[in-house]
Design a protein around this ligand. Structure first.
Ligand code: BG6
Length: 509
């Protein structure tokens, strides 16, 4: 493994949730695996005034609460904590950035480090352009004495216009190749493995097209509701929160052409071509191809699950969707005529993200004498999380008389090969940014193309009119109407588990 060059990560929003839950634990795991640069430091920045020592106390707490390295020695923890620094400023105040600049200079001098800096924006989205401009006002993006990179968290814009504007502002301050836009789904080991599965094996790629694939299903289900994030979510909804970014990026990885070489530009140019080939869903096509839902109150195992509209900081008359199912087409040579079905939702029966490739049936079925009711198409199930793995389903003869066919699986589970847990998405993404590898980060044109695709759907919903919003009881697989988008009434989604037995009602909201 290549080791990154010495660098400092400046975390804006250092006292926030993401820092303590994800960033600090991921950095510590990298430290434990000896994947951090030889000389390394973190400079936490946020409004609260902490001393370095106080910040180190918070970092230590976050490792206790969210770290997953059990066998770390005291020495390891100490050397990590000694690399933590803190500066309190109001990030809206341009002058205050001089303080950060000076602090960075003194940390680099103290540790004899080059001025290689990553600025990580773990702040509310309204602050992304403000901080980028303030950094530029102090020439802190200038690469003269070492490289400078900017990591931007999601959401990247609220719609196409705001994404364009944000891209323009960031690109005013930084060069595009300095900007790393996080989509943590791309950092997931199992999503990266889609490329390995497709491009490192001789057997799948020849089948990976309209001649052999009937349809593709991509699901990201969550068992939790919006929890404490109602304030954000009510202005976002499942389309913006999950489809515009994560599900479309997974679609891009499944559907892209093989890149000429495996580098950031080639890989991302191929996924962007997929986004440019998405057939627009506009006007009256929205109701036919997209179903939205919102969870309603239900009782599961004697426990009441709140309706979305009763969640904290959610409008009691909200029409925000907590569930989306949609059918899309990729109008290109490889995928002409193959529907992709995407589905995501909160308060579904279980947490699961997976891709199912449904292969076409055999052209003729010769075993019909012995009933063909069990004959299903071959399926390749790529399980992104949890129980990460890959499942190939195929038919085999039931032993004994006759020729009955039954579906069985060839099953690969990461748990059987990986030592301990899989690396977290943040671990991979932070390491890649330190190495200057943006392959798993979203490029500006991809983000814009994805907005271009979802925006007409959001517009149709905004106008409401005949766009229905279906209520589904929390703990079920979403509105029953989600099945209506399939090309044939015989088709249905794959349900990795049953609906929870719930006494809520399906209704129109
Ligand atoms: C985030 C969304 O981007 O992804 C959340 O904002 C969602 O609403 C989360 O819960 C899902 O991520 P994961 O990795 O748990 O599937």
């Amino acid at each position: 493994m290549e080791q990154p060059k010495d660098c400092v990560i400046v975390i804006f929003g250092a006292s926030g949730d993401l820092t303590k839950r994800k960033l600090i634990p991921a950095l510590f795991t990298l430290h434990h695996k000896k994947l951090l640069p030889e000389r390394f430091a973190v400079l936490g920045v946020s409004r609260t005034e902490y001393s370095d020592e106080e910040f180190r106390g918070h970092v230590e707490q976050s490792l206790q609460d969210f770290g997953d390295i059990e066998d770390a020695s005291k020495g390891e923890a100490q050397s990590f904590l000694q690399a933590m620094y803190y500066t309190g400023i109001d990030t809206k105040n341009t002058e205050a950035f001089a303080k950060v600049k000076n602090r960075l200079a003194s940390i680099c001098d103290e540790r004899s480090m080059p001025r290689n800096i990553i600025y990580y924006l773990s702040v509310p989205p309204a602050m992304y352009p403000v901080i980028a401009k303030n950094l530029a006002a102090h020439d802190m993006q200038n690469e003269a004495r070492g490289w400078k990179r900017l990591i931007v968290e999601k959401p990247f814009g609220h719609d196409l216009d705001s994404a364009l504007e944000l891209n323009a502002t960031l690109q005013d301050a930084f060069q595009e190749d300095q900007i790393y836009r996080i989509d943590h789904y791309l950092g997931k080991e199992t999503v990266q493995n889609i490329m390995a599965l497709r491009f490192a094996n001789g057997i799948f790629e020849p089948l990976w097209n309209r001649n052999y694939i009937d349809r593709v299903e991509i699901t990201s289900a969550e068992s939790v509701g919006v929890e404490k994030r109602g304030g954000y979510y009510d202005h976002s909804g499942a389309m913006r929160d999950m489809v515009q970014n994560h599900l479309l990026q997974v679609t891009g990885t499944i559907a892209m052409e093989p890149p000429a070489v495996f580098d950031a530009d080639s890989v991302r140019s191929e996924t962007v071509k997929v986004f440019h080939s998405l057939r627009p869903i506009t006007g009256d096509k929205v109701a036919k191809n997209v179903v939205r839902g919102q969870y309603t109150e239900s009782t599961v195992d004697g426990n009441t699950l709140k309706a979305y509209r009763d969640e904290e900081k959610v409008d009691p008359e909200s029409r925000t969707e907590t569930f989306v199912a949609l059918k899309l087409h990729i109008d290109n040579w490889r995928w002409g005529g193959v529907p992709f079905y995407l589905r995501t939702g909160k308060h579904l029966p279980t947490r699961v993200s997976e891709v199912v490739i449904h292969f076409k049936r055999t052209p003729h079925y010769i075993f019909s004498r012995d009933s063909n009711e069990n004959v299903k198409c071959n399926q390749l199930v790529i399980r992104i999380q949890p129980d990460e793995g890959i499942l190939l389903k195929y038919g085999m003869k039931v032993p004994g008389a006759g020729f009955q066919i039954q579906q069985v699986s060839m099953d690969f589970k990461y748990a059987n090969i990986a030592e301990g847990s899989l690396p977290s998405a943040y671990e991979r993404l932070l390491l890649d940014c330190m190495l200057g590898d943006a392959t798993l980060y979203a490029r500006s044109d991809a983000v814009e193309a994805c907005w271009r695709f979802v925006e007409p759907i959001l517009d149709a919903w905004k106008d409401d009119g005949d766009q229905k919003l279906y209520g589904y009881p929390a703990g079920t697989w979403g509105p029953k109407e989600a099945k209506s988008i399939f090309e044939s009434p015989d088709l249905d989604w794959r349900y990795p588990c049953e609906n929870l037995s719930s006494d809520g009602e399906y209704c129109e909201l």
